[in-house]
Design a protein around this ligand. Structure first.
Ligand SMILES: [Zn+2]
Ligand SMILES: [Zn+2]
Length: 329
């Protein structure tokens, strides 16, 4: 099979021929149709996430069809369309799993990081962590829901009952979660890099009532700020526009250092927290809500062999919405 392989951090992915993997106990073999590109992929290739299996096939927003199952996997039938997310394995027994926090599992393994992922024609996945996908989405438009959507949804959930929600970094996650937030009756304020009027217009088209530069104060204070851009300086910037009791939720897996800031910005029960990974429940909930909204995903497609170009375009903000690799020809 063809795959885009990472041999070492900071090197481009290379197109290689690999044997089709064999599903182990509890796994299904999936013929990959498409795989969306995540900012986390950039952090793996760039070496900011420092413990990948190597060599590695990255990619964790996989849509494909079940090609075969191991003897012990019974959840899906051959031919069925399923999605594979970032969470690839948990032990179900550690102190976090027992409290319903499987996203923090001490033995968690992640797709496209510890386990070969979807930048390839085939992959294997533990059936317990795969999702059936809503039929109203074609493969290309379903793929971004699987991480951009899921992590965004978890971030929004951790914002509690916040009414006025700021989204910092209007990329793949924010464009999905803006629509969910509006559906839930919340008000959305979108923040982009200075001067990115194209993304600001995109945000307004998806229901943001205000869109502007990340350093420009919004017209009124916010109850929550969800930060999707990997920029630590946005944390004090977001605190500055939060109402008392508000929360800053950092949704990325990597962020540059957060500059120091006066305690006044945190005072009055403001909070800062991060979002790590996802639980299966987050996935099930988002995939139920998405078709009801209905969430429309904006995608730019690239052939599998052009994965490096897709990553480069993501790093430089050259498209709106999400990049998706089309794998099946
Ligand atoms: Zn991701
Ligand atoms: Zn666990």
């Amino acid at each position: 099979m063809r795959a885009m392989q990472l041999r070492a951090a900071k090197e481009p992915l290379r197109l290689v021929e690999l044997p089709v993997p064999t599903p182990a106990k509890g796994q299904v073999l999936i013929r990959v149709s498409v795989c969306a590109v995540c900012r986390t992929d950039l952090h793996i290739v760039g070496g900011e996430l420092s413990e990948p299996k190597l060599p590695l096939v990255i990619g964790h927003m996989i849509v494909g069809h079940v090609e075969a199952t191991s003897n012990s996997a019974h959840r899906f039938s051959p031919g069925q369309r399923i999605g594979v997310p970032w969470l690839g394995y948990v032990d179900e027994t550690c102190r976090f799993c027992r409290r319903g926090l499987e996203n923090l599992c001490v033995n968690a393994r992640f797709t496209g990081y510890h386990i070969d992922g979807g930048y390839a024609e085939y992959c294997v996945a533990d059936e317990r962590f795969c999702f059936p996908l809503p039929e109203s989405y074609d493969d290309v438009h379903a793929a971004p829901l699987l991480c951009a959507g899921l992590i965004g949804y978890r971030a929004l959930r951790l914002a509690g009952d916040a009414q006025r929600v700021g989204l910092y970094g209007f990329g793949d996650s924010a464009h999905i979660i803006a629509q969910v937030a509006r559906y839930q009756g919340r008000r959305v304020f979108a923040f982009t890099s200075p001067g990115d009027t194209k993304k600001q217009a995109f945000a307004r088209s998806l229901g943001a009532e205000w869109a502007g530069d990340s350093l420009t104060p919004p017209p009124e204070p916010l109850d929550a700020a969800l930060i999707f851009a990997p920029v630590g300086a946005l944390v004090p910037a977001a605190l500055r526009v939060l109402d008392p009791g508000g929360v800053v939720v950092c949704a990325g897996i990597h962020m540059s250092d957060i500059p120091s800031f006066p305690y006044d910005l945190l005072w009055m029960e403001r909070q800062i927290r991060s979002v790590a990974n996802l639980t299966r429940q987050d996935g099930e909930e988002l995939l139920q809500i998405a078709p009801k909204v209905p969430v429309r995903t904006e995608v730019k497609t690239y052939p599998l062999a052009e994965a490096n170009a897709a990553l480069d375009d993501l790093a430089h903000g050259r498209f709106v919405g999400a990049a998706v690799l089309t794998v099946a020809s």
